[in-house]
Design a protein around this ligand. Sequence first.
Ligand code: DC
Length: 219
Amino acid sequence: MRTRIITIDGPAGAGKSTVSKLLSKELNCVYVDTGALYRGVAFEIKRQDIDWKNDAVLENFLRDIDLNFVMEKDSLILMSSGQDITNFIRIPEISMLASSSSAKPRVRAALLDIQRNIAKTKDAVFEGRDMGTIVFPDATVKFFLFADLGVRAKRRFDEMPDESKDINRVQKEMELRDGNDSQRKSAPLKPAADAIQIDSSFMTIEQVIDKMLKIIEKA
Ligand code: DC
């Protein structure tokens, strides 16, 4: 039996996580944040002080890395060698390192099976950059969710809890990451030819979900 796979790709801050979580609830299936895997790799690179630009070193490191998700009712827990690292992967330094190290084809190859294995047995909403193009070319429905840079930066800024936050810095880092993610050679961020593109700049989360559900119903 084929599982139902919905993919949501798009740049940082387009609303992918919020939308994917809510959509998976509506569809009664699991939600997989693939960016967390790339963040997990970046976290371990930093923790183990890995010279990841050296291919031989990177290959050894990736052979030993052991990342997996534990799916709880309302949350997704990222485990690295049995340790819950979910709360350590959302800082700006890890975002940037995830963006640069994810350009390495070896890193992408190491994470491919984890993603595809989940989809073999579970209906799921997968969120990322290359879900519709590379990881799940035969997905049931593919979405590409985007929004203006200024709108995305403001959304991310509003979510940040710390007092020292600076919107210009948030926007600059986002722009840099967009550039890295969409200009890399290996699995760049781009809409699949058969993806439905949604500009969320002037839409509420509810409107986006509504639109997606209507499209999924017809698929
Ligand atoms: O979705 P996110 O912002 O948590 O992702 C962090 C970085 O990981 C992102 O800048 C690029 C990389 N990434 C990727 O290359 N492919 C994916 N499917 C998901 C994330």
